[in-house]
Write a protein that binds this ligand. Sequence first.
Ligand SMILES: Cc1ncc(COP(=O)(O)OP(=O)(O)O)c(N)n1
Ligand SMILES: Cc1ncsc1CCOP(=O)(O)O
Ligand SMILES: [Mg+2]
Length: 223
Amino acid sequence: MRRDFDLSLYFIVGPSHVAGDPVALVQAAVQGGVSLIQLRDKTSGTRQMVDSARRLLTVLNGTGVKLFINDRVDVALACGAYGVHLGASDMTPEDARRIAGDGLAIGVTVKTVDEVRRIDPAIVDYASIGGVFDTKSKQNDSAPLGLSGLREMVSALDALAPEMPRCAIAGIDLEKAGSVAACGLDGVCTISAIALAPNAEDAARAIRQTVDANKRGRESAFA
Ligand SMILES: Cc1ncc(COP(=O)(O)OP(=O)(O)O)c(N)n1
Ligand SMILES: Cc1ncsc1CCOP(=O)(O)O
Ligand SMILES: [Mg+2]
């Protein structure tokens, strides 16, 4: 398992979400408290994607913030990313593990309780629950879970693998981040709440503060 990553504030970047070079945006976001980055690129060629990932890794070097690659096990391995994020139509986590061995952390999207129950905790390193709310950043075919659906998913995850790191995604902004994190998560994932904010660093800082105050395990900080 590779679990030396921090889901507190997971920020997704890519050409569909950020016009132009994401480097300055990522630097500002990390300065504000983003703890994990994902490159999500549905449009570029493979070589371009590996180049973009390498540039992000250069920016993240020395920050402790890890890089995950969306969908593409080959790109993640080629650039030396920390992990890969896989959804229901991507390579299965089992196949990704066969290819990557222990060389990649593997995160998965879960949208239903059944999908949670199908997770193999010996293979998967984190679960991202969503979509929680409506989002303009991706077309989601299923209805939003809302907070009650999110809580059901968290309970299913607790029954399966209480230690498994978990975050949630879709429509999570500063206003919602605290109540979402308080459902028993290790963090939240966002695109627009940081990428479209007037000041990415300030936005990340504010969201990170509210997540830290509400996420699972916060009691131990005062023990
Ligand atoms: C952290 C995180 N959670 C969910 C997703 C969505 O993944 P997927 O369901 O495979 O959809 P695409 O992003 O590939 O369109 C994600 N990328 N990251
Ligand atoms: C990639 C992805 N997967 C499910 S929702 C989503 C986009 C979330 O973006 P935002 O934080 O802007 O709602
Ligand atoms: Mg995917």
